[in-house]
Ligand binder design. Structure first.
Ligand code: UD1
Ligand code: CA
Length: 461
């Protein structure tokens, strides 16, 4: 079997993005475009993956590290010139060179391997991946001869009125016989509207030399889109999102309203989970089976076990164990670990807190830098006073403790097993096991004081 060499073109300026950031580092569904491409490519077993870089190359090198071999194109003289820069790495090698544009993030490994298979089977010198688009504006058009064979590719800017009516476009993805490619590249000139060395010109040169040119029309035209500006970036994200959601639905996840659900590409969701609208699942989030997430949940890098209910919640880098109930209105910051069958919300702010099995923080509380045991009840309005203006301190609440409403727990402090803390207390010392702590002024009632006060006030009027 012939080796595959992948060449990704990414040296261009990406002018139409109007961005300081490299075009291929712009994200789609939570991941830079180039990462999507490399993830698909990694399934193809390429012997080398080479990336042609120029404009903003440092940021690409920093992002990708060793994943690809970089080749610099100092001046961006066109796509043929870009491929030419890989000469020292590829020339003379036997094999298939797969050329891709860095700004086409939607191709699947399946599509790319089909192109390679077709190319191999046909014995063509070059095979182009093409697509039929409703609006082919801007793309190079595939000009075919009467017998249906590909004749050449004409760039939009060079095309005649008639050629612009052609709706079959060049996706910028090709397989070449590597040796043929390098013997042809040097013959490409820049006599065209943009004064550039066009890679598509290799096609007509090869054909004129008597070689066969193959073309494969992509089945799903949505995959073919390129990203040149922010409008296309948003469209590409929509396609990618729809694809991700379809995969989850195929795996048994119910998505109530796919148009209002945003799930990034690396998220995992178990079967029989229901996702309601307004839900954003990001990063390395993993959701178990039989959960009910949303409406309005924004989870980043959160691990959720089975049977959990989460609504109206923002959560980052946290863990939720089975059958917990979260929300409405919970903000859980990194390091939150909710045990099985815990209940938090509504209006609860959590940070770096471990909540044991069955414990509850049901209303209007802030619990941070805390370790809470099992079966603890944290009442309404409880605050762990964890910050002294300089450092953060820890609160420990042991199993079965009961923290009354509006209690301040001034850390560092420990409430031992089964203890009670009376409502309204400000606790600054540890509370022993099974004790009751009251730390507030004792109530005094002044008989008839209210009547006297009101009389006095009305006389003064
Ligand atoms: C190119 C194709 C066009 C095809 C379209 C698909 C050419 C001449 N045209 O057009 O037929 O329909 O892609 O999207 O190839 N690049 C370099 N060095 C350069 C120039 C470009 O590395 O000197 C890179 C760019 O960073 C980009 C890719 O090559 O990733 C394509 O360049 P771009 O300018 O976007 O080409 P298009 O006009 O989109
Ligand atoms: Ca482009």
């Amino acid at each position: 079997m012939q080796h595959i060499y992948a060449v990704i073109l990414a040296a261009g300026k990406g002018t139409r993005m109007k961005s300081k950031k490299h075009k291929v580092l712009h994200s789609i569904c939570g991941k830079p475009m180039i990462d999507h491409i490399l993830a698909e490519l990694s399934q193809l077993d390429a012997k080398k993956t080479i990336m042609v870089v120029g404009h903003l190359k440092e940021s690409l090198e920093a992002h990708l590290g060793e994943q690809v071999q970089f080749v610099e194109q100092k001046e961006q003289l066109g796509t043929a010139h870009a491929v030419m820069q890989t000469e020292s790495l590829l020339k003379g090698k036997e094999g298939i060179t797969l050329v891709l544009n860095g700004d086409h993030p939607l191709f699947t490994a399946k599509t790319l391997s089909q192109l390679i298979e077709t190319h191999r089977a046909s014995g063509a010198a070059a095979s182009i991946l093409t697509a039929k688009l409703d609006d082919p504006t801007g793309y190079g058009r595939i000009v075919r001869r009467e017998d249906g064979q590909v004749d050449r590719i004409v760039e939009h800017k060079d095309a005649t009125e008639e050629e612009r009516l052609i709706n079959e476009i060049n996706t910028g993805t090709y397989c070449f016989d590597n040796q043929q490619l390098f013997s042809t590249l040097s013959l490409v000139n820049n006599n065209n509207a943009q004064g550039e060395y066009y890679l598509p010109d290799v096609i007509s040169i090869l054909r004129e030399q008597g070689h066969t040119i193959g073309a494969q029309v992509i089945g799903d035209a949505d995959e073919a889109m390129g990203v040149n500006d922010r409008i296309q970036l948003a469209q590409a994200a929509k396609f990618m999102q729809a694809r991700i959601l379809r995969e989850h639905m195929k795996n048994g996840v119910t998505i109530i309203d796919p148009d209002n659900t945003y799930i990034e590409s690396d998220v995992v969701i178990g079967a029989d989970t229901v996702i309601e609208p307004g839900t954003f699942l990001r990063g390395r989030t993993v959701i178990g089976e039989g959960c009910h997430i949303g409406p309005n949940a924004d989870l980043t890098d959160v691990i959720v076990e089975d049977g959990v209910r989460i609504r109206y919640t923002v959560m980052d880098a946290s863990h939720v164990a089975g059958e917990a109930t979260v929300g409405p209105y919970v903000y859980a910051r990194p390091g939150t670990e909710l045990g099985e069958q815990t209940k938090v919300g509504c209006f609860v702010d959590l940070k770096k807190v471990k909540l044991g099995r069955g414990s509850k923080v049901s209303h209007l509380a802030y619990v941070g830098d805390a370790e809470v045991g099992e079966g603890v009840n944290v009442g309404c309005g409880v605050v762990t006073v964890n910050y002294d203006g300089v450092r953060k301190h820890k609160t420990v609440i042991e199993d079965g403790a009961f923290i009354g409403c509006n209690v301040n727990l001034v850390a560092p402090v420990r409430v031992e097993k089964g203890a009670y803390v009376a409502a309204g207390s400000t606790i600054t010392q540890d509370v022993p096991e099974e004790a009751l702590a009251i730390a507030r002024e004792r109530q005094t009632n002044k008989e008839n004081y209210a009547t006297r006060l009101k009389n006095k006030l009305s006389k003064n009027e």
